[in-house]
Design a protein around this ligand. Structure first.
Ligand code: SF4
Length: 105
């Protein structure tokens, strides 16, 4: 076993390793591995579509929520105020907390 030279640190001098911090999402949002931008916005305290959060209500009771065409019997919920793509990145959920642009139906 080699001896340490003066001034060198051993592994024991480095202290215990710290555990990585787990991200905590609010109960109204279920994170998805494929929606990294939405996940990041929620962790920053914003709506998954990028707007500021409202204090109450949810997307399902907003007049801007649209149910778009069907494909294989599925309907897709979108926000009329967000540039629409035909992909899952712009899908919204009824249970999501509303954003600052919420308006009653
Ligand atoms: S305006 Fe806001 S609250 Fe209304 S559907 Fe769009 S994202 Fe949801």
């Amino acid at each position: 076993m080699s001896e340490l030279l003066e001034g060198q640190l051993s592994l024991l001098d480095m202290g215990p390793a710290t555990a990585p911090v787990e991200a905590t999402f609010p109960a109204w949002y279920t994170p998805s591995k494929s929606r990294k931008t939405a996940n990041m916005r929620v962790l920053q305290g914003r709506h998954p579509m990028g707007m500021r959060l409202a204090d109450s209500e949810n997307c399902g009771s907003c007049k801007h929520m649209l149910e778009t065409g069907t494909r294989a019997g599925n309907t897709y919920k979108k926000c009329a105020l967000v540039p629409m793509t035909h992909g899952a990145a712009t899908d919204i959920r009824s249970k999501w907390l509303a954003c600052e642009k919420w308006e009653s139906q």
